[in-house]
Write a protein that binds this ligand. Structure first.
Ligand code: SF4
Length: 427
C-alpha cells in the first residue's frame, strides 16, 4: 500500500491519563484506609448501588484486559490452570487469577501500586456470563470477603416487564445483603443521583460513538477501546460525565473540520465480539494501512445504555443491565446488527471468534452465515482470543483482512455492496 498514514491523536487523551492515575491511586488509598471500603464489581453493574453505599469500586475485567494488552496473559494462565481452572475458560479470569497467584500486576509499573485493592465485598452480575461468578468466588475465598451477586434471566429475545421485575427484586436483595453485612443503610436519594450521573456518562459515550456515522469517522474502535475506560470504571461520577462532554465536543469538532480517525478512509467496518487485546496495535495499524475505519462495534456499545428519565432507579438498572446485547438471543442480535450496518454505512463486518469467550462471540450459531446469505452482508470471521495470544495468528489474520478488503473493493466495483444509509452524525 502507499506511504505510511499518520493519525491525529485525540486531545482528550491527556486528561484521560490523569483520570486513570487518580482513579487507581484513590483505590489503593481506599484499600489502606480503615474508614473506607472497596468493592469489586462486574463491568455492567451493579456499580451504581456500590457507589451509592460509598464503596470505592474496582473492576477485575479491566485488569484482565490490561494483562492482555501487556501481552503477559499467557504467562499467568498456567498458574490458574494449576489451581484447577480450565485453560479454555475465560482468559480474563484465568490471567487475573494467575497474576494474583504469581504476584504480578500491570498496575505496579503503570501507577507504582502493588496491584488490585483488597476487597471488602465482591458484587457480580451474571448478565454477561457465569464465569464472573466463579472468578469472584476465587477472590472472595482468597481475601475472606463476602461475594454477593444477581443472576438475571439470560439469552432473552424480548425483555418483558416480568424479567425486569425479577431483576429489580434481585437488586433489592443485594441491597439488603450489603446493609445487613456492613451495618449500612442505603440512601435512596443518593442512588438516584448516582444513576442519573451513570446514565448521563453513558448517553454522552453513545453520542461520541455515534459521531462515527460521519464520513470520515472521527473516532474508530481502536480509540474506543481506550476512551471507554471512564464509562466503565467511573460510571456514576461527575468526572466521567465531564470527560465525555469534552470528548464529545472534540469529536463534533472533528466532524465539522472533516478530520477522520483514518486519513483517506475508504472502507467502513463493523467489529463484532471481543477485542484482541495483545494485538490491538497491530490490527489498528493494518486497518490504517488498508484505509479501513472500524466505525462501530458491539463491544464499545456495551456501555451505551438508554437514558434514565427519573423515577425508580432500580427499575432503570434492572432494565438496562438485562437488555444488554450480550444477554440477548440471536433473534434480537440479527436485526440489531443489520440496523447498525445501515446506520453506520458499513461495508463489511469482522466477527471475532474468541476462543475463551463463547459468551461474547456470535459466529458460532449461524449468525454470520445468515447475514451473508440472507442480507448480502460481507462478513469475515477471524479466530483469536481476547487475551491469550496463543489462540491468535497475526500473520493469518492480517492476510485474511487484506483479502477481505479486496473482496469489499470487488463488491463495490461490481455494484453488489449493501446500500449504505445516508451519511451524517446523529440519529
Ligand atoms: S463475557 Fe467473556 S471475557 Fe467477559 S468475563 Fe465473561 S467469559 Fe470473560
Amino acid at each position: 500500500m502507499g506511504a505510511a498514514v499518520k493519525r491525529v491523536e485525540i486531545q482528550a487523551q491527556q486528561r484521560l491519563r490523569t483520570l486513570m492515575r487518580d482513579y487507581f491511586l484513590d483505590l489503593d488509598a481506599a484499600a489502606r484506609d480503615p474508614q473506607r471500603r472497596v468493592a469489586w464489581c462486574t463491568s455492567v453493574g451493579p456499580c451504581e448501588i456500590l457507589a451509592a453505599f460509598g464503596f470505592a469500586t474496582y473492576f477485575p475485567e479491566n485488569h484482565g484486559a490490561l494483562l492482555g494488552a501487556k501481552k503477559v496473559s499467557h504467562q499467568y494462565i498456567p498458574l490458574a490452570v494449576s489451581a484447577g481452572y480450565c485453560a479454555e475458560s475465560c482468559s480474563y479470569m484465568n490471567s487475573d487469577i494467575g497474576a494474583a497467584i504469581g504476584g504480578y500486576s500491570p498496575l505496579q509499573e503503570a501507577y507504582g501500586i502493588a496491584g488490585p485493592p483488597k476487597p471488602d465485598l465482591l458484587a457480580y452480575n451474571t448478565n454477561q456470563c457465569r464465569e464472573v461468578q466463579d472468578w469472584f468466588e476465587f477472590f472472595g475465598r482468597r481475601h475472606n470477603a463476602p461475594v454477593f451477586g444477581i443472576c438475571p434471566p439470560r439469552q432473552l429475545g424480548e425483555v418483558t416487564p416480568a424479567h425486569v421485575a425479577f431483576v429489580r427484586g434481585e437488586l433489592e436483595r443485594l441491597i439488603h445483603q450489603i446493609e445487613g453485612r456492613f451495618g449500612l443503610s442505603l440512601d435512596r436519594r443518593r442512588l438516584e443521583e448516582v444513576v442519573a450521573l451513570s446514565s448521563r456518562a453513558s448517553t454522552l459515550w453513545r453520542e461520541a460513538l455515534e459521531t462515527a456515522r460521519a464520513r470520515p469517522a472521527p473516532i474508530v474502535f481502536w480509540d474506543g477501546l481506550i476512551q471507554m475506560a471512564p464509562v466503565i470504571l467511573m460510571r456514576g461520577s461527575r468526572l466521567a460525565v465531564e470527560y465525555y462532554e469534552t470528548l464529545l465536543a472534540e469529536m463534533k469538532q472533528r466532524v465539522h473540520d472533516g478530520i477522520g480517525a483514518v486519513p483517506g478512509e475508504q472502507y467502513r467496518i463493523y467489529w463484532e465480539g471481543m477485542p484482541v487485546w495483545p494485538r490491538v496495535r497491530d490490527l489498528s495499524e493494518k486497518c490504517l494501512e488498508l484505509r479501513a475505519a472500524v466505525v462501530a462495534s458491539t463491544y464499545c456499545n456495551s456501555w451505551a445504555f438508554e437514558e434514565y428519565a427519573g423515577g425508580d432507579p432500580l427499575e432503570w438498572m434492572a432494565r438496562t443491565s438485562t437488555e444488554i446485547f450480550i444477554n440477548r438471543a440471536e433473534s434480537f442480535k440479527e436485526p440489531f446488527l443489520l440496523d447498525m450496518f445501515e446506520r453506520f454505512a458499513i461495508d463489511g463486518a469482522v466477527f471475532h471468534n474468541a476462543r475463551t469467550c463463547p459468551n461474547n462471540t456470535n459466529s458460532r450459531f449461524g449468525l454470520a452465515q445468515r447475514l451473508r446469505e440472507q442480507h448480502n452482508a460481507a462478513v469475515l470471521v477471524i479466530d483469536g482470543d481476547l487475551s491469550d495470544q496463543r489462540f491468535f495468528s497475526t500473520a493469518q489474520t492480517m492476510t485474511n483482512l487484506e483479502a477481505f478488503i479486496e473482496q469489499l473493493e470487488t463488491r463495490r466495483r461490481s455494484g453488489n455492496a449493501r446500500r449504505p444509509a445516508a451519511q451524517g452524525a446523529g440519529r
